[in-house]
Design a protein around this ligand. Sequence first.
Ligand SMILES: [Zn+2]
Length: 287
Amino acid sequence: MDRTTLGDFELTIVSDGTYVSDAGAFFGVVPKTMWSKKVTADSLNRLNAGLNSLLVRTGKKNVLIETGIGNKMPDKMVQIYTQPARLLDNLHAAGLAPEDIDMVINTHLHFDHCGWNTVRRGNQVVATFPNAKYYVQRKEWEHGRLQLERDAVSYMSPNYDPLVESGQMVLLNGDQELLPGISVKVFPGHTAHMQAVIVESGGKSACYISDLIATSHHLDLTWVMAFDLFPLQTIESRKKYYARAIPERWLTVFTHDDATPWGYVERGERGKLALKPCLSEFSPDNL
Ligand SMILES: [Zn+2]
């Protein structure tokens, strides 16, 4: 389990496990001759993708950013993607029960980002984190409800509609600070209203950048996933992100990287983007 401190906050990567995804879709128009130097695909051209959530302990509140795939996917989806369902075990290993989470932030509502928002209990779907307020952009939720041909498969109503109906999920209108040191900022590209989460304490910053830069292999402006609805906006959003994150040395968190959950993006020789690893402070004795 990767853990570090950021000012007064403690950050922990809490994973829902790894699932499989089509490698071609992950790298969009990038030829396999190029991406296969960085990742290894299996005989069905699939790669292992991480499901990294970020737990922020501010000292007063426990904030969980993203909730993985969850445990209630339909059988067909499980066959395609697998369903590791490790998040609650890993949260427990980090010392927390679902009741301890005060705030859940979803960057967007694709099934691999909000699956553990809810669980089935008998015939009902209920909040996994009963004491938490959940946050997402209103327009992201509205888009999911349209069930458009292109991406209806990504939006599964039980992951969020019961929470909106009960008032437990708050629908946001644009960039906003949710707690001192925890704010959201919309970066269009993957979806029109995907929000990143910026964490700031003691003059240091980290950013859960979500699918704008899904893994450490997606740093290059043009390495854009085929899933992205607005690839040209992804490029512009990455430029905006790097313009702050590189000079201010933000710790960038990668949702779908199964090996490198976070690091510092740097501009190396001839402007090439590279990642400096973040040393984790985890030791088993700390648990
Ligand atoms: Zn994703």
